[in-house]
Write a protein that binds this ligand. Structure first.
Ligand SMILES: [Zn+2]
Length: 131
């Protein structure tokens, strides 16, 4: 699929050499679509270079000539957003409960969640990395 201006893709951030920050996918908006020029008789590289407005959780930057890397997702490249795996965390309850039992279980879970929320977090949002 060819990218076009305004599409949202992933930009792969560079991790720090010491590993404090991992290389991560960031949201990015395509600002321009580039072309690759190669000398006659040579194979152009795979993918399309684009300009991006990269949206980091704490700031934004612009980059031009970003190469596409669908296979290795190396730092400093872009790719189409991955699909969420079907087995993302979910709670499956397989039980036949009476309405009273169901209510009891729900209350237990709610109480546990409330306790968890009270224990440590000032907000209900968990931010990965530097937060
Ligand atoms: Zn990604």
């Amino acid at each position: 699929m060819k990218p076009s201006v305004s599409r949202v893709v992933h930009y792969v951030s560079f991790g720090t050499p010491g590993g404090e920050y991992k290389s991560e996918c960031r949201a990015a908006v395509v600002t321009e679509v580039g072309e690759v020029w190669v000398p006659e008789g040579q194979q152009p590289p795979e993918g399309t270079p684009v300009g991006l407005a990269v949206l980091n959780p704490s700031g934004m930057f612009f980059n031009r000539g970003v190469m596409q890397d669908e296979r290795d997702h190396q730092g400093g490249t872009w790719h189409w957003p991955e699909r969420e795996p079907d087995n993302s965390p979910q709670v499956h309850v397989n039980a036949s409960l009476s309405p009273a039992q169901a209510k009891q279980v729900t209350e237990m879970i709610q109480a546990a969640l409330l306790q968890q929320a009270k224990r440590g977090r000032t907000t209900g949002i968990k931010l990965p990395g530097r937060g």
